[in-house]
Ligand binder design. Structure first.
Ligand code: NAP
Length: 255
C-alpha cells in the first residue's frame, strides 16, 4: 500500500464520485494529494477525511474550463505539497443530454470546455515547466469515446477528443519519460449516473444501479496506473474489461 510514497498527485474533479474515491486511493498508496473541483468546500470535506487517516491532502477550488484556474491549482499544489508528479484529469460533465437537434449550443460548448479543454488546461499547466521525465498523466476516458450514444453528442465528441489528446501527449512526450494513460472505467455508481438514469434517453440510462461498479474499483486501477509498475502500459488507452490489468491492480475479476 505504498507504491506512491513521496509522490504528489493532483486530481481534477475530486469533490465526489470517482475523483473522490481516487484521491482516497492515491493517499492510501502514500501520495500527497491536491483535490481540485469547482465546489471547494466539498473537496475540502474529502481532503479532511483523507487527512484524518494521516495522509496529506489539500483542496483547491477551480474550474477546469478556465486555464487560469488550472495554473493557480498547480501553483498552489507546488507551494503547499511540492511540484506535482501525477495529474489525473477526471473532471467531466454529461450534459447536455438531448437529441442533437434539440441541443443548446452554449451547453454543448460548455461540455467541450470542461470534458476536453479542461483536461488540456490542466495538462498544459502541469507541464508548464517542460519537465516530463518520471511524471504521469491519466485521462479518465469513457466507452463514449469510441461508441456513439443517442443524446450524448457533446460528451461523446469530448471524450473522443480526450482519447486523441492522450495519444498526442504520449507521442510527443513519451520518449522524454512522461507516462500518459487513458482509462475507461465502465459504468460507475456516481452522481453522473443518477443524472443519466433520470434522462431515460439511451440504453445506458436504463441500467439498474446494482449493475454499476463501486467507485473504489476504477479508483484502484487508476492508482495502479500511476505507479511505476504500470510503465509497460504507458501511451495507451486502457479499459475496465482488461482482465490482466484488473489482476495486476488487485481489482476483482468481472463475471
Ligand atoms: P461526477 O459524479 O459527476 O463527478 C464529477 C467531478 O468532476 C466532481 O467532483 C465535479 O465537482 C468535478 N467537475 C465537474 N466539472 C468541473 C469543472 N468544470 N472543473 C473542475 N471540476 C469539475 O462524475 P463521475 O461519474 O465520478 O465521473 C468521473 C469521471 O469518470 C468523468 O471523467 C466521467 O466522464 C468518467 N466516467 C464516468 C462513468 C460513470 O459511469 N460514472 C463512466 C465512464 C466514464 P464540481 O461539480 O464541484 O466541480
Amino acid at each position: 500500500m505504498n507504491g506512491l510514497r513521496g509522490k504528489r498527485a493532483v486530481v481534477v474533479g475530486a469533490s465526489r464520485g470517482l475523483g473522490a474515491a481516487l484521491a482516497r486511493r492515491l493517499a492510501a498508496e502514500g501520495a500527497a494529494v491536491a483535490l481540485v473541483a469547482r465546489s471547494r468546500e466539498r473537496a475540502a470535506e474529502v481532503a479532511r477525511s483523507i487527512g484524518a487517516t494521516g495522509a496529506r491532502a489539500i483542496a483547491v477550488g477551480g474550474d477546469a474550463a478556465r486555464y487560469a484556474d488550472m495554473q493557480r491549482a498547480m501553483a498552489e499544489c507546488g507551494a503547499r505539497l511540492g511540484r506535482a508528479d501525477i495529474l489525473v484529469n477526471n473532471a467531466a460533465v454529461i450534459e447536455p443530454i438531448a437529441r442533437f437537434v434539440e441541443t443548446d449550443p452554449a451547453a454543448w460548448a460548455e461540455n467541450i470546455g470542461v470534458t476536453l479543454l479542461g483536461a488540456y488546461h490542466a495538462a498544459r499547466a502541469f507541464l508548464a515547466d517542460g519537465a516530463a521525465a518520471g511524471r504521469v498523466i491519466v485521462n479518465v476516458s469513457s466507452g463514449a469515446a469510441h461508441q456513439p450514444l443517442e443524446g450524448w453528442s457533446a460528451y461523446c465528441a469530448a471524450k473522443a477528443g480526450l482519447h486523441m489528446l492522450t495519444l498526442a501527449l504520449a507521442a510527443e512526450l513519451g520518449e522524454q519519460g512522461l507516462r500518459v494513460y487513458g482509462y475507461a472505467p465502465g459504468l460507475v455508481d456516481t452522481a453522473m449516473q443518477e443524472t443519466i438514469r433520470a434522462s431515460g434517453i439511451n440504453p445506458i440510462s436504463r441500467k439498474r444501479r446494482d449493475e454499476l461498479a463501486p467507485a473504489d474499483e476504477p479508483a484502484r486501477i487508476i492508482a495502479y496506473l500511476c505507479t511505476g509498475e504500470a510503465s509497460d502500459l504507458a501511451g495507451r488507452e486502457l479499459d475496465f474489461r482488461d482482465a490482466s490489468l484488473r489482476r495486476r491492480a488487485g481489482a476483482p475479476a468481472l463475471e
